[in-house]
Write a protein that binds this ligand. Structure first.
Ligand code: BES
Ligand code: MN
Ligand code: ZN
Length: 485
């Protein structure tokens, strides 16, 4: 979606549709749009529109369409609702055949700065144009839409950033939604190479021979049951000081997770094509980081593999060796994400990073804990966890901390290897998985883990997006990395 800036107030914009945010019954417009606010208030009397999250009303006014979109009551507000309200308005407007949109360049909302608003609203608007239609043979491409920010803009760079971030999200969504037979580890590696070239990143791909030579026994054990070869995909953003220590972002990229020999139940297994969502968030964040010219060097690592049963598959009880030598007894082949991630974390540690963040659809348990409302964040130092939570609040993605108690590590002791890939004790699945990962990162490197199993995709339609990948985490990672400059 192309963005532009126009100094005239919203009501004077010659566009097909004007997007107006509403906090419950309150119409959020800057003082320069008092006239428009009055007209809308009159139209809204006796209307069913209550400004609830997800509610959109289309009102004809002076030959244009006004799209009122709700962010709900102040009491329940979080930044994600603003981004979603923008997306819902554009999605509804596009469904009504509208192509040119304008919204106010500023709005007064407690806790939301001018630049936060522009980033959230712009990014949301772009996301609202996205449609996953790759495999709909009768799909017609909707015409391109434009968005104008009406009124004064203090920092025009933010509008550029919002446009770039929107493009990164929309540009990655087709890959993120692609099924396992299309988005294979090799296909994702090829996609990453092209993307890197277009964005001034470097991309190195390790195949199975190189992974075997390096001793990456974790990811190889995950991929061994299926026909698809594993790939370790390493993207680099140089930053301005090549000697500075990099930030490393690691994404679980399981192109399909059947569970392996510890096979999952059939019901709902089709959603396991989204087990690559951590990697998709990293791919998206890397594009955002590149296009925003972030100063710190940043590395993105995607451990891509498919978890299948088969005659060469890892068996429960098999012992595998992680990169750098730790041995792991694989008691459940469905706890595969941590096996792929342990090798990727080892490679990340080799880069002497200033910090590591991994992101993964790692445990069903996080859905029990938080549902689709927040991701879990856990780490080895409070500062990095707090920074990520803050970045998430700004970026409209909620993260909630869970603890890594030593008990969880103790419960993964194995009688036959250095550790087991599952706990002997039931419960605390998300924290146990994090405790496992923590074993592969030295204490003095700030590290955090984000579990997005509950937030990475939608299974039913919402006003702001159709079922499919949300790319949850990309916005937070980009926000956090940029805050490290
Ligand atoms: N990819 C799954 C986790 C998952 C479950 C993501 C549901 C999204 C929705 C992961 O590989 C897995 O299977 N985890 C197991 C771990 C268990 C065997 C210790 C789980 O959560 O059941
Ligand atoms: Mn699994
Ligand atoms: Zn998995």
């Amino acid at each position: 979606m192309k963005f532009s800036i126009s100094p005239a107030p919203l009501a004077e914009q010659k566009k097909e549709a004007l997007v107006v945010f509403c906090q419950g019954g309150e119409i959020l417009l800057p003082s320069g749009s008092a006239g428009l606010r009055k007209q809308l208030a009159a139209l809204l009397k006796n209307s069913a529109f209550k400004g609830e999250p997800g509610q959109v009303a289309q009102l004809p006014l002076n030959g244009k369409q006004v799209l009122l979109t709700g962010i709900g009551a102040a009491k329940y507000f979080h930044n994600g609702l603003l981004e979603q309200a923008a997306a819902a308005a554009i999605k509804a407007g596009r469904a009504a055949g509208l192509k040119t949109f304008a919204m106010a360049s500023t709005l007064t909302l407690e806790g939301v700065s001018e630049t936060d608003y522009q980033l959230l609203a712009g990014r949301g608007a772009a996301w609202g144009t996205y449609e996953y239609a790759t495999f709909k043979t009768s799909a017609k491409k909707s015409a391109a839409a434009t968005l104008t920010f009406a009124g004064p803009v203090e920092d025009r760079g933010v509008i550029k950033d919002a446009e770039a971030q929107g493009a990164a999200l929309v540009g990655t969504a087709d890959l993120a939604n692609m099924p396992g037979n299309k988005a294979t580890p090799t296909a994702i590696a090829d996609w990453a190479k092209t993307m890197a070239k277009e964005n001034g990143l470097t991309c190195k791909v390790m195949g199975e021979t190189e992974l075997a030579k390096k001793g990456c026994g974790g990811i190889l054990s995950v991929a061994s049951g299926g026909a698809e070869e594993a790939r370790m995909i390493i993207l680099k953003h140089k930053g301005t000081d090549p000697k500075a220590k990099p930030i490393v972002l690691v994404g679980k990229t399981l192109t399909f997770d059947s569970g392996g020999i510890s096979l999952k139940p059939g019901k709902g297994m089709e959603w396991m094509r989204y087990d690559k969502s951590g990697g998709m968030a990293v791919l998206t964040a890397m594009q955002m980081i590149a296009r925003m010219n972030v100063e710190v060097p940043v590395v993105g690592i995607l451990c891509a593999a498919e978890n299948m049963p088969g005659s060469k598959a890892t068996r429960p009880g098999d012992i595998v060796t992680a990169y750098k030598g730790k041995t792991v007894e694989v008691c459940n082949t469905d706890a595969e994400g941590r096996l792929a991630l342990m090798d990727a974390l080892g490679l990340a540690v080799d880069m002497k990073p200033r910090a590591i963040v991994d992101i993964a659809t790692l445990t069903g348990a996080v859905i029990m804990a938080l549902g689709g409302s927040a991701a879990a964040v856990l780490g080895n130092q409070p500062q990095i966890v707090n920074e990520l939570i803050d970045a998430g609040l700004t970026a409209g993605e909620r993260l909630w901390q869970l603890p890594i108690f030593k008990d969880y590590s103790d419960n993964m002791k194995s009688d036959f290897a250095d550790l087991s890939n599952i706990s002997k004790t039931p419960g605390a699945g998300t924290a146990t998985a994090a405790a496992f990962l923590q074993e592969f990162v030295p204490e003095d490197i700030p590290w955090a883990h984000i579990d997005i199993a509950g937030t990475a995709w939608l299974e039913s339609p919402k006003p702001h997006q159709a079922p499919g990948a949300t790319l949850f985490g990309a916005r937070t990672l980009a926000q956090w990395v940029a805050s490290q400059d």
